[in-house]
Structure formats: structure tokens, C-alpha cells
Write a protein that binds this ligand. Structure first.
Ligand SMILES: NC(=O)C1=CN([C@@H]2O[C@H](COP(=O)(O)OP(=O)(O)OC[C@H]3O[C@@H](n4cnc5c(N)ncnc54)[C@H](OP(=O)(O)O)[C@@H]3O)[C@@H](O)[C@H]2O)C=CC1
Ligand SMILES: Nc1c(N[C@@H]2O[C@H](COP(=O)(O)O)[C@@H](O)[C@H]2O)[nH]c(=O)[nH]c1=O
Length: 381
């Protein structure tokens, strides 16, 4: 299911804290960085903070620049991004500035929390446009993201904390990008809130996209690279599948075969190999086959790797002894992410998916990428 692009935004001290323990919000960003944050807000469809941040900071979460608000309206977007909060308890203060400024608001909560939130916010004017949505007995981040995408039309979500919210989105592999502003000061208090808490995070190193001085603060932008686990898709899966779809555009054209791109990625987010159909002058080689041929079969990372293929791996072939689903299984790979189930154009009832699953592989299909996968194959389907 499609999610919005999830951008985590935070300012941290040199010792990794989001705030101190004092009653006032600690200003880690300087004026130039707050202006940069305003720009990011203006570029977003929605801004999310946890209920902890609502209680401690009493934020407005507005786009402060009149010029940026006017540009949003000129683009046909609401003047202010949708404001989003999450609360398990539903214990929300109706006097908080969050409710009384800006545009529409939405609360994601649990079945129990919904009753309490409805009660707590009952006194608010109808005109404030507050929606309360339960994701079930527990707060489910995937349900929340799908709801924001499908029901509220959110394509770009800025998450402004706090630490508990950032930690969960990062640990669950749901963040597409981390924007970190590192401020040149120390907090030094052991009980101050940290950006990220302990727990199991996706393994490996993230990819550095940018560093920039913004006044005396340094902005660092990282994107996660580690594939998801099992049948759950992570944000990095979407990035790797996008690359596979882009590789398909490199295929020499053909009237008798699909153009497909493939990438093999280790569990820690290291790219092991990439390939595309008919690569290197071989008129029949398939994308997955071309990619796997570049990896030492004894590479111990294959057992926990993911193969991304713009088209479902093939189940039968005339031009080679083994189809790609077989090659993937024989390589020891047990996770495949694909965009498009194979149509009957060349082989009727091809079911690479079924072959993979029957031998214990996890197959994730992300149909929101199907059109991209079809793009270089328009003449065939
Ligand atoms: N420097 C910076 O850039 C920023 C700093 N901050 C700082 O961060 C601190 C607040 O962070 P923190 O206390 O971690 O709070 P959060 O803002 O992360 O909110 C946590 C709350 O969100 C709800 N919640 C989150 N996840 C779940 C879940 N899985 N199930 C149910 N409820 C959930 C709960 O609400 P409930 O209690 O209602 O159940 C929980 O108490 C403040 O000191 C603030 O100043 C915040 C943002 C940015
Ligand atoms: N302290 C801090 C941030 N805090 C974030 O800004 C929010 C306040 O927004 P508003 O009330 O609209 O100004 C607050 O709730 C929290 O999410 N952000 C940053 O970029 N840098 C900082 O130093």
C-alpha cells in the first residue's frame, strides 16, 4: 500500500538531546535554521508531532512565511499543511495552540484513546476541523501512513518529533529521510529527551545525501538503505524498487522480450549488484540473471539479501535452462520485491511469485510502482 514520503526532522545538541529538562522549549536551531524548517513545512502536505511534544512545547506548527503560504495557495494547495498528532491515551488538552491555529487537524489514536480524545476535544468548535481516527487496539504506524496517503491525499509528511515518534518510525523502517540539524551546544542532563532511544534499528549505514551549514548549525540529510524484513515493506524497499524501474529504461529495445531492471541488496543496505535485460550484448539475458551473475555465489550475504525486480521473476524460459525464480532460489536469496506481476504476453500463466513462495521466499509486490515498471514496455502490453 502506498505511503507518503516520510521526512523526519529534528534539531539535536552535540550530545544527542532534543531538549533540556527545563520548562521552556530549548531552541537548538538558530534563525536561519528555523527559516529552513519553515521552508520544509511549506513543501509538506502534513506535519506530524507526538502528543508528548504537544504537551511539552505547545507548538503551533504553522508555515510562518506569508510568501510561502501564498505560494502554496497559488499552487492550489491549502494555505497550511494538515496538522497531525498521535496519542495512545487520547489525553489531549483542548486549549493547546495546535487546535486553534492553522488549517485542518487529525488525531491518530487507538480504540480506547479515540473515546477519550473525542471527549477531550468535544468543546472545540466544529469549524476547527479536527478528525479523530483509530488505527485499532494499538497505534499502527502503517495504518496511519496508508490513511494519510489514501484518505487525506498526503504525499509528503514532515515529522517534527519528538523522540518517541522518531524512534518508532526509524526502527520500523518507515522513514524515507532524516533531516538532522546539529546545534553547537551541550545539554548534559541525563534525563533530557534523546532523539533516538535504544532498540532494534535497521542494520547498516544510511546514505548521506547532503551536509550544509545553516548559520552555526549543520544540516545533515540521510536516507535509510536497509531492505525490509519478510513480507513487510520498508521505505528503503521503495527506493531500491525505484532504481530497478529506472534500470529497465537502459535495456536495448525489443519486440519479443520485456525490459526489466534488477538490483540485489544485502540486509545492511549494501548494493551487491544490478542488472538489466539484454545487458552487455547478450540478447536473451534477464535482469535478475545479469545481476546475480556479478556476485560470487559463495558470498555469505546472499542468504539475507533482497532481489528487487521491476517485473516478477520469470518462471519458465525457452532461451536458458533455468528461469530467474530458480536462479534466485539457487543463489540462496529468500526475499524478492517486485512491482508488476508478469502478464501473459509471452508465457501464459507464468507464476514466478508462486515458485518463489513455494520454496520459502518472501515476495513483496508494490503495485504502486507497476506503471513505472510498464513504462519501457508500453509497446508490449
Ligand atoms: N529538537 C527538536 O527538533 C524537537 C524536540 N522535541 C522535544 O521532544 C520532547 C518530546 O518527545 P517525546 O516525549 O518522545 O514525545 P513525542 O512527541 O514523541 O510523543 C510521544 C507520545 O505520542 C504518543 N505515541 C507515540 N507512539 C505511540 C504508540 N506507538 N502508541 C501509542 N501512543 C503513541 C503517546 O501519546 P500519549 O501519551 O497521549 O499516549 C506518546 O506519549 C520534548 O521535550 C520536545 O521539546 C520535539 C520535537 C522536535
Ligand atoms: N526546538 C526545536 C524544534 N522544535 C520543534 O518545533 C516545534 C515548535 O513549532 P512552532 O510552535 O510552530 O514554532 C516543536 O513542537 C518541535 O516539534 N525544531 C527545530 O527545528 N529546532 C529546534 O531547535
Amino acid at each position: 500500500m502506498p505511503h507518503p514520503y516520510v521526512l523526519l526532522s529534528a534539531a539535536v545538541s552535540l550530545d544527542g538531546f532534543l531538549d533540556d529538562t527545563g520548562p521552556e522549549r530549548l531552541l537548538l536551531s538558530g534563525p536561519a535554521d528555523f527559516d529552513r524548517v519553515d521552508e520544509v513545512r511549506a513543501s509538506s502536505d502534513a506535519i506530524l508531532v507526538g502528543a508528548g511534544t504537544l504537551r511539552s512545547d505547545n507548538p503551533r506548527l504553522l508555515v510562518n512565511s506569508a510568501r510561502r503560504r501564498a505560494a502554496r495557495v497559488a499552487d492550489g494547495r491549502p494555505e497550511y499543511p494538515l496538522k497531525v498528532t498521535v496519542s495512545g491515551s487520547g489525553d489531549l488538552d483542548p486549549a493547546a495552540r495546535f487546535w486553534h491555529t492553522g488549517g485542518e487537524k487529525i488525531v491518530y489514536t487507538t480504540d480506547q484513546g479515540a473515546a477519550r480524545a473525542t471527549d477531550a476535544l468535544r468543546g472545540l468548535d466544529d469549524g476547527l476541523g479536527v478528525d479523530i481516527v483509530s488505527t485499532g487496539p494499538e497505534l499502527d504506524w502503517r495504518v496511519l501512513l496508508e490513511h494519510l496517503h489514501d484518505v487525506r491525499g498526503v504525499r509528503r509528511l514532515m515529522v517534527e518529533g519528538g523522540g518517541r515518534v522518531h524512534t518508532q518510525l526509524m526502527r520500523e523502517g518507515l522513514a524515507d529521510e532524516l533531516q538532522l540539524a546539529v546545534a553547537p551546544l551541550f545539554v548534559g542532563e541525563p534525563d533530557a529527551p534523546r532523539l533516538f532511544g535504544p532498540g532494534a534499528y535497521p542494520p547498516g549505514r544510511m546514505r548521506l545525501m547532503e551536509t550544509r551549514a545553516v548559520g552555526d548549525v549543520v544540516l545533515i540529510r540521510y536516507v535509510p538503505t536497509a531492505p525490509g524484513v519478510g513480507r513487510l515493506a520498508a521505505s528503503a524497499d521503495r527506493h531500491w524498487l525505484t532504481l530497478a524501474c529506472e534500470l529497465a529504461a537502459l535495456c536495448p529495445p525489443s519486440e519479443t522480450a520485456f525490459s526489466v531492471g534488477a538490483v540485489v541488496v544485502a540486509a545492511d543496505g549494501t548494493e551487491l549488484a544490478r542488472g538489466y535485460s539484454r545487458e552487455g550484448g547478450d540478447s536473451v539475458v534477464h535482469a535478475e540473471e545479469a545481476a546475480l551473475a556479478k556476485i560470487d555465489p559463495a558470498d555469505p550475504r546472499l542468504g539475507s539479501a533482497t532481489v528487487y525486480s521491476s517485473l516478477e521473476p520469470c518462471a519458465r524460459r525457452a532461451s536458458r535452462p533455468a528461469p530467474c525464480a530458480r536462479l534466485i532460489l539457487d543463489a540462496g536469496v529468500r526475499r524478492v520485491v517486485t512491482a508488476w506481476r508478469e502478464p501473459d504476453t509471452f508465457v501464459a500463466g507464468a507464476d514466478g511469485h508462486g515458485l518463489l513462495v513455494a520454496e520459502g521466499a518472501d515476495v513483496v509486490v508494490l503495485p504502486e510502482y507497476e506503471e513505472r515498471a510498464k513504462e519501457p514496455n508500453r509497446h508490449l502490453v
